[in-house]
Design a protein around this ligand. Structure first.
Ligand code: NAP
Length: 261
Protein backbone atom coordinates (compact mmCIF):
# COMPACT_ATOMS: atom_id res chain seq x y z
CA UNK A 1 0.00 0.00 0.00
CA UNK A 2 1.16 3.57 -0.74
CA UNK A 3 2.40 5.80 2.07
CA UNK A 4 0.42 8.98 2.73
CA UNK A 5 1.81 12.52 2.78
CA UNK A 6 -0.05 15.66 3.81
CA UNK A 7 1.45 18.80 2.21
CA UNK A 8 0.14 22.24 3.16
CA UNK A 9 0.73 25.15 0.80
CA UNK A 10 0.98 22.76 -2.14
CA UNK A 11 -0.39 25.17 -4.74
CA UNK A 12 2.87 26.87 -5.70
CA UNK A 13 6.57 27.45 -5.11
CA UNK A 14 8.34 25.06 -2.76
CA UNK A 15 5.11 23.19 -1.89
CA UNK A 16 4.49 22.33 -5.53
CA UNK A 17 8.05 20.95 -5.74
CA UNK A 18 7.30 18.77 -2.71
CA UNK A 19 4.24 17.39 -4.52
CA UNK A 20 6.47 16.47 -7.48
CA UNK A 21 9.02 14.74 -5.24
CA UNK A 22 6.45 12.71 -3.30
CA UNK A 23 4.51 11.81 -6.47
CA UNK A 24 7.76 10.44 -7.92
CA UNK A 25 8.04 8.21 -4.83
CA UNK A 26 4.48 6.91 -5.36
CA UNK A 27 2.99 8.52 -2.28
CA UNK A 28 -0.73 9.10 -1.84
CA UNK A 29 -0.77 12.89 -1.55
CA UNK A 30 -3.19 15.13 0.29
CA UNK A 31 -2.39 18.59 -1.09
CA UNK A 32 -3.78 21.65 0.69
CA UNK A 33 -4.06 25.24 -0.55
CA UNK A 34 -6.50 28.11 -0.90
CA UNK A 35 -6.33 28.71 -4.61
CA UNK A 36 -8.93 26.49 -6.36
CA UNK A 37 -7.52 27.14 -9.82
CA UNK A 38 -4.04 25.99 -8.73
CA UNK A 39 -5.55 22.99 -6.92
CA UNK A 40 -7.36 22.01 -10.14
CA UNK A 41 -4.08 22.31 -12.05
CA UNK A 42 -2.36 20.10 -9.48
CA UNK A 43 -5.09 17.49 -9.87
CA UNK A 44 -4.85 17.50 -13.65
CA UNK A 45 -1.06 17.18 -13.48
CA UNK A 46 -0.82 14.45 -10.82
CA UNK A 47 -4.35 12.99 -10.61
CA UNK A 48 -3.84 10.59 -13.50
CA UNK A 49 -0.73 8.91 -12.08
CA UNK A 50 -1.01 5.13 -12.00
CA UNK A 51 1.34 4.67 -9.06
CA UNK A 52 0.34 7.58 -6.83
CA UNK A 53 -2.91 9.35 -6.00
CA UNK A 54 -3.62 12.96 -5.13
CA UNK A 55 -6.47 14.55 -3.23
CA UNK A 56 -6.54 18.35 -3.52
CA UNK A 57 -8.19 20.05 -0.55
CA UNK A 58 -9.20 23.69 -0.51
CA UNK A 59 -8.67 25.13 2.95
CA UNK A 60 -7.84 28.56 4.29
CA UNK A 61 -5.61 27.68 7.21
CA UNK A 62 -6.00 31.12 8.75
CA UNK A 63 -9.52 29.96 9.65
CA UNK A 64 -9.44 27.53 12.58
CA UNK A 65 -12.71 25.86 11.56
CA UNK A 66 -11.26 25.00 8.16
CA UNK A 67 -8.19 23.53 9.87
CA UNK A 68 -10.43 21.23 11.95
CA UNK A 69 -12.49 20.36 8.84
CA UNK A 70 -9.28 19.29 7.12
CA UNK A 71 -8.25 17.13 10.09
CA UNK A 72 -11.75 15.61 10.29
CA UNK A 73 -11.60 14.80 6.59
CA UNK A 74 -8.27 13.00 7.10
CA UNK A 75 -9.61 11.09 10.10
CA UNK A 76 -12.78 10.16 8.21
CA UNK A 77 -10.79 8.93 5.22
CA UNK A 78 -9.13 6.33 7.47
CA UNK A 79 -5.72 7.25 6.04
CA UNK A 80 -2.77 7.37 8.40
CA UNK A 81 -0.37 10.17 7.56
CA UNK A 82 3.19 8.85 7.24
CA UNK A 83 4.75 12.18 6.30
CA UNK A 84 3.55 15.67 7.22
CA UNK A 85 4.98 18.67 5.36
CA UNK A 86 4.02 21.93 7.07
CA UNK A 87 4.82 24.33 4.28
CA UNK A 88 1.95 26.87 4.06
CA UNK A 89 2.74 30.37 5.25
CA UNK A 90 1.98 33.96 4.50
CA UNK A 91 3.75 37.22 5.29
CA UNK A 92 3.06 40.93 5.35
CA UNK A 93 5.73 43.41 4.28
CA UNK A 94 5.96 46.91 5.73
CA UNK A 95 6.51 49.03 8.83
CA UNK A 96 4.54 47.38 11.63
CA UNK A 97 2.71 50.56 12.62
CA UNK A 98 1.45 50.97 9.02
CA UNK A 99 0.73 47.38 7.96
CA UNK A 100 -2.70 45.73 8.01
CA UNK A 101 -3.41 44.02 11.33
CA UNK A 102 -6.04 41.68 9.83
CA UNK A 103 -3.48 40.36 7.33
CA UNK A 104 -0.97 39.96 10.13
CA UNK A 105 -3.43 38.05 12.30
CA UNK A 106 -4.23 35.80 9.31
CA UNK A 107 -0.50 35.20 8.97
CA UNK A 108 -0.14 34.34 12.67
CA UNK A 109 -3.16 32.03 12.41
CA UNK A 110 -1.65 30.21 9.43
CA UNK A 111 2.04 30.17 10.38
CA UNK A 112 1.56 29.47 14.09
CA UNK A 113 -1.96 28.34 15.06
CA UNK A 114 -2.82 26.08 12.11
CA UNK A 115 0.74 24.73 12.05
CA UNK A 116 0.52 23.85 15.77
CA UNK A 117 -2.98 22.33 15.55
CA UNK A 118 -2.13 20.17 12.52
CA UNK A 119 1.18 19.06 14.00
CA UNK A 120 -0.41 18.02 17.31
CA UNK A 121 -3.16 15.99 15.62
CA UNK A 122 -0.88 14.20 13.16
CA UNK A 123 2.09 13.77 15.52
CA UNK A 124 -0.05 12.10 18.20
CA UNK A 125 -1.01 9.37 15.74
CA UNK A 126 2.55 9.01 14.47
CA UNK A 127 3.95 8.61 17.98
CA UNK A 128 1.20 6.11 18.86
CA UNK A 129 2.20 4.06 15.79
CA UNK A 130 5.93 4.57 16.47
CA UNK A 131 6.65 5.83 12.96
CA UNK A 132 6.38 8.94 10.84
CA UNK A 133 8.27 11.96 9.60
CA UNK A 134 7.49 15.66 9.86
CA UNK A 135 9.06 18.42 7.77
CA UNK A 136 8.48 21.99 8.93
CA UNK A 137 9.36 24.69 6.43
CA UNK A 138 10.65 27.60 8.49
CA UNK A 139 13.17 30.05 7.03
CA UNK A 140 16.53 31.70 7.71
CA UNK A 141 14.16 34.39 9.07
CA UNK A 142 13.86 32.09 12.10
CA UNK A 143 17.38 33.02 13.25
CA UNK A 144 16.90 36.78 13.65
CA UNK A 145 14.38 39.59 14.07
CA UNK A 146 13.12 40.98 10.74
CA UNK A 147 12.34 44.67 10.55
CA UNK A 148 9.71 45.44 7.89
CA UNK A 149 8.51 41.84 8.21
CA UNK A 150 8.46 41.69 12.00
CA UNK A 151 5.45 39.41 12.36
CA UNK A 152 6.58 36.93 9.70
CA UNK A 153 10.10 36.59 11.15
CA UNK A 154 8.67 36.07 14.62
CA UNK A 155 6.34 33.32 13.33
CA UNK A 156 9.31 31.51 11.76
CA UNK A 157 11.27 31.78 15.04
CA UNK A 158 8.30 30.17 16.74
CA UNK A 159 8.31 27.36 14.19
CA UNK A 160 12.02 26.63 14.70
CA UNK A 161 11.93 26.81 18.49
CA UNK A 162 8.74 24.73 18.72
CA UNK A 163 10.06 22.08 16.32
CA UNK A 164 13.35 21.59 18.17
CA UNK A 165 11.58 21.42 21.54
CA UNK A 166 8.99 18.87 20.40
CA UNK A 167 11.65 16.85 18.56
CA UNK A 168 13.48 16.43 21.84
CA UNK A 169 10.26 15.30 23.60
CA UNK A 170 9.68 12.54 21.02
CA UNK A 171 13.32 11.61 20.47
CA UNK A 172 12.89 7.89 21.14
CA UNK A 173 9.46 7.47 19.57
CA UNK A 174 10.47 6.45 16.05
CA UNK A 175 9.14 9.76 14.70
CA UNK A 176 11.42 12.53 13.42
CA UNK A 177 10.93 16.26 12.99
CA UNK A 178 13.05 18.13 10.44
CA UNK A 179 13.11 21.92 10.14
CA UNK A 180 13.97 23.33 6.73
CA UNK A 181 15.31 26.89 6.80
CA UNK A 182 15.59 28.22 3.25
CA UNK A 183 16.92 31.65 2.40
CA UNK A 184 15.34 33.79 -0.35
CA UNK A 185 13.81 31.47 -2.93
CA UNK A 186 12.43 32.15 -6.41
CA UNK A 187 8.69 31.85 -5.72
CA UNK A 188 5.76 34.25 -5.62
CA UNK A 189 6.00 34.48 -1.82
CA UNK A 190 7.55 37.95 -1.55
CA UNK A 191 5.38 39.31 -4.34
CA UNK A 192 2.27 38.11 -2.50
CA UNK A 193 3.42 39.63 0.78
CA UNK A 194 4.38 43.04 -0.57
CA UNK A 195 2.61 45.75 -2.50
CA UNK A 196 4.30 45.53 -5.93
CA UNK A 197 5.45 49.14 -5.97
CA UNK A 198 6.99 48.81 -2.51
CA UNK A 199 9.90 46.45 -3.01
CA UNK A 200 12.46 45.82 -5.72
CA UNK A 201 12.65 42.07 -5.68
CA UNK A 202 15.86 40.74 -7.24
CA UNK A 203 15.07 37.15 -8.21
CA UNK A 204 18.43 36.58 -9.90
CA UNK A 205 20.25 35.68 -6.66
CA UNK A 206 17.49 33.56 -5.21
CA UNK A 207 17.50 29.79 -4.80
CA UNK A 208 15.61 27.44 -7.08
CA UNK A 209 12.49 26.09 -5.26
CA UNK A 210 13.13 22.60 -6.67
CA UNK A 211 16.61 22.54 -5.08
CA UNK A 212 15.21 23.82 -1.77
CA UNK A 213 12.49 21.16 -1.72
CA UNK A 214 15.00 18.44 -2.58
CA UNK A 215 17.30 19.53 0.28
CA UNK A 216 14.32 19.36 2.65
CA UNK A 217 13.19 16.01 1.30
CA UNK A 218 16.68 14.46 1.65
CA UNK A 219 17.01 15.67 5.24
CA UNK A 220 13.52 14.40 6.03
CA UNK A 221 14.44 10.96 4.73
CA UNK A 222 17.61 10.97 6.87
CA UNK A 223 15.68 12.22 9.91
CA UNK A 224 18.06 15.19 10.18
CA UNK A 225 16.87 17.86 12.64
CA UNK A 226 17.88 21.04 10.79
CA UNK A 227 18.48 21.75 7.11
CA UNK A 228 19.74 25.13 5.92
CA UNK A 229 20.13 24.85 2.14
CA UNK A 230 23.04 26.77 0.60
CA UNK A 231 26.45 27.81 1.93
CA UNK A 232 25.59 31.51 2.16
CA UNK A 233 22.49 30.76 4.24
CA UNK A 234 24.48 28.46 6.55
CA UNK A 235 27.08 31.21 6.98
CA UNK A 236 24.39 33.83 7.68
CA UNK A 237 22.82 31.58 10.30
CA UNK A 238 26.18 31.42 12.10
CA UNK A 239 26.63 35.20 11.83
CA UNK A 240 23.13 35.69 13.30
CA UNK A 241 24.18 33.58 16.30
CA UNK A 242 27.45 35.43 16.87
CA UNK A 243 26.53 39.05 16.11
CA UNK A 244 24.83 41.26 18.72
CA UNK A 245 21.11 41.09 17.85
CA UNK A 246 20.52 44.86 17.90
CA UNK A 247 23.43 45.47 15.49
CA UNK A 248 22.27 42.72 13.15
CA UNK A 249 18.69 44.03 13.22
CA UNK A 250 19.75 47.62 12.50
CA UNK A 251 21.87 46.47 9.54
CA UNK A 252 19.00 44.43 8.17
CA UNK A 253 16.60 47.34 8.56
CA UNK A 254 18.89 49.76 6.72
CA UNK A 255 19.56 47.28 3.91
CA UNK A 256 15.88 46.51 3.50
CA UNK A 257 14.92 50.19 3.54
CA UNK A 258 17.26 50.70 0.56
CA UNK A 259 15.36 48.06 -1.43
CA UNK A 260 12.17 50.10 -1.15
CA UNK A 261 11.29 52.45 -3.99
N1 NAP B 1 10.21 32.21 -1.02
C1 NAP B 1 11.09 32.50 -0.08
O1 NAP B 1 11.96 33.38 -0.24
C2 NAP B 1 11.07 31.71 1.22
C3 NAP B 1 12.21 31.77 2.04
C4 NAP B 1 12.22 31.06 3.22
C5 NAP B 1 11.13 30.31 3.59
N2 NAP B 1 10.03 30.26 2.78
C6 NAP B 1 8.90 29.46 3.23
O2 NAP B 1 8.60 28.49 2.24
C7 NAP B 1 7.23 28.11 2.37
C8 NAP B 1 6.61 28.06 1.00
O3 NAP B 1 6.62 29.35 0.45
P1 NAP B 1 6.93 29.64 -1.09
O4 NAP B 1 8.15 30.44 -1.15
O5 NAP B 1 6.84 28.39 -1.85
O6 NAP B 1 5.74 30.66 -1.44
P2 NAP B 1 4.33 30.45 -2.15
O7 NAP B 1 4.53 29.98 -3.54
O8 NAP B 1 3.60 31.70 -1.91
O9 NAP B 1 3.69 29.26 -1.32
C9 NAP B 1 3.01 29.48 -0.11
C10 NAP B 1 1.95 28.42 -0.03
O10 NAP B 1 1.26 28.59 1.22
C11 NAP B 1 -0.12 28.65 0.94
N3 NAP B 1 -0.84 29.45 1.92
C12 NAP B 1 -0.58 30.70 2.34
N4 NAP B 1 -1.52 31.11 3.21
C13 NAP B 1 -2.40 30.10 3.32
C14 NAP B 1 -3.59 29.91 4.05
N5 NAP B 1 -4.09 30.86 4.84
N6 NAP B 1 -4.26 28.74 3.92
C15 NAP B 1 -3.80 27.77 3.09
N7 NAP B 1 -2.67 27.88 2.38
C16 NAP B 1 -1.98 29.03 2.49
C17 NAP B 1 -0.23 29.27 -0.43
O11 NAP B 1 -1.48 28.98 -0.97
P3 NAP B 1 -2.29 30.01 -1.91
O12 NAP B 1 -2.19 29.43 -3.24
O13 NAP B 1 -3.63 30.00 -1.39
O14 NAP B 1 -1.63 31.35 -1.77
C18 NAP B 1 0.92 28.56 -1.15
O15 NAP B 1 0.53 27.30 -1.58
C19 NAP B 1 6.60 29.10 3.34
O16 NAP B 1 6.50 28.49 4.60
C20 NAP B 1 7.61 30.23 3.40
O17 NAP B 1 7.58 30.90 4.65
C21 NAP B 1 9.99 30.94 1.60
Amino acid sequence: MNSNVLITGATGGIGYEFVKLFAAKNFHIIAVGRNQEELDKLYSEFGGNIDSEIVCMKADLSDKMQVYDLLNYIKGSGREIDVLVNNAASAVFGEFICSDIEEEIASINTNISAFTIITKAILKDMVRRGSGRVLNVASTAAFKPGPLMAVYYATKSYMLSFSIAVASEIKDSGVSITVLCPGPTKTKFLEKSSPVELVNIDYSKMADPAAVALAGYSSLVKGKQLEIPGLKNKFNAIVAKLMPTSLLTDLLYRRRKKSIN
